[in-house]
Design a protein around this ligand. Structure first.
Ligand code: SPM
Length: 301
């Protein structure tokens, strides 16, 4: 879907970012959005390590709170993470009439777990994260997200999500694929065999939401993912969301279902749950699937 990027090229970009950090600014430079970079003022580097899978950095920023960065790409800031985590979780959960089991693939920061945990109907939440370091640093530096791990229904599986999914079948009502971008460890999570394995891991009527990039920046990815899912599932649709610290200020979820149309919620949040939400509600659920004409052309064409 993207031009092939050599690992060395990513390292070169990370080096440029390190120089930026020395000047007090982090700039998110990626071959996926060439010529454009979001810069965030950094006060302190809290953690920096090259793990077996990727470079992991956590920064204390001036105005966005603590920020998790993988291979130079912003994953979450304390300022606006709620928008993405709520939508990735509640769109598939409320699209399902009675979910009991859920799986998160990726999502090591714990924010999606935190949101899933708000559903009392869930009996079990598994999370399959490839890089244990991401879990550990999130528990140290992003406690508002990692609080998701405190739920007794959570089981942690440290494994490559694409391999794990091939080992399970008919297991989950809802799966959330909270992946990084399709460069590095996230690459396999954007390919057809992974989506076939996702389908096999779902129970009858199951719903999946996958990180589906921005239709402004990555129209080719959005088109391919949605059309792939339309061919595999009963329903598939793209939901857009605002996240100021992602490139272009937006990102999307591809929500696919083996049962009913996921664009219409099957359930609504209780008044108590609504009190805990800052982004999602039932009106937004329906509205998120209504796209501007340029996005609509991609997913309908
Ligand atoms: N739980 C938060 C993890 C974030 N996962 C998605 C990160 C995507 C980062 N890149 C966004 C690029 C948008 N075009």
């Amino acid at each position: 879907m993207f031009r092939s990027v050599e690992v060395e090229e990513v390292y070169d970009l990370v080096k440029i970012m390190m120089d930026e950090i020395a000047s007090g600014w982090f700039s998110e430079i990626s071959p996926m959005w060439e010529g454009v970079a979001l810069s965030i003022k950094v006060e302190e580097t809290l953690f920096s390590e090259r793990t077996k899978y990727q470079r992991v950095d956590v920064y204390k920023t001036k105005t966005c709170g603590n920020m998790l960065v993988l291979d130079g790409i912003i994953q979450a800031t304390e300022l606006d993470e709620f928008a993405y985590q709520e939508m990735m979780s509640h769109l598939p959960m409320f699209a399902h009439p009675a979910p009991k089991t859920a799986l998160v693939v990726g999502g090591g920061d714990g924010g999606v777990l935190r949101e899933l945990g708000k559903h009392d109907c869930l009996e079990r939440m598994d999370i399959c994260e490839i890089d244990e370091v991401v879990i550990d640093v999130s528990k140290r530096f992003l406690p508002g997200m990692a609080v998701g791990y405190d739920d007794p229904r959570v089981n942690v599986i440290v494994k490559d999500g694409s391999k794990y999914l091939k080992s399970v079948s008919n297991e989950y009502d809802v799966i959330v694929v909270d992946s990084s971008d399709p460069i590095g460890p996230g690459e396999a999570l954007f390919q057809r065999p992974f989506y076939e394995a996702l389908k096999g891991a779902l129970k009858e009527g199951g719903v999946v939401a996958t990180q589906a990039e921005s239709f402004f920046l990555h129209g080719d990815v959005v088109r391919e993912l949605v059309h792939l899912c339309k061919g595999l599932f009963n329903h598939a649709a793209y939901a857009a969301m605002f996240v100021p610290t992602y490139p272009g200020g937006n990102i999307g979820a591809c929500v696919a279902s083996l049962g009913r149309d996921p664009r219409v919620p099957a359930r609504t949040p209780s008044p108590e749950m609504l009190e805990t939400l800052k982004y999602y509600d039932s009106e937004l659920h329906k509205a998120a699937f209504v796209l501007p004409r340029n996005g609509r052309r991609l997913v309908e064409g």
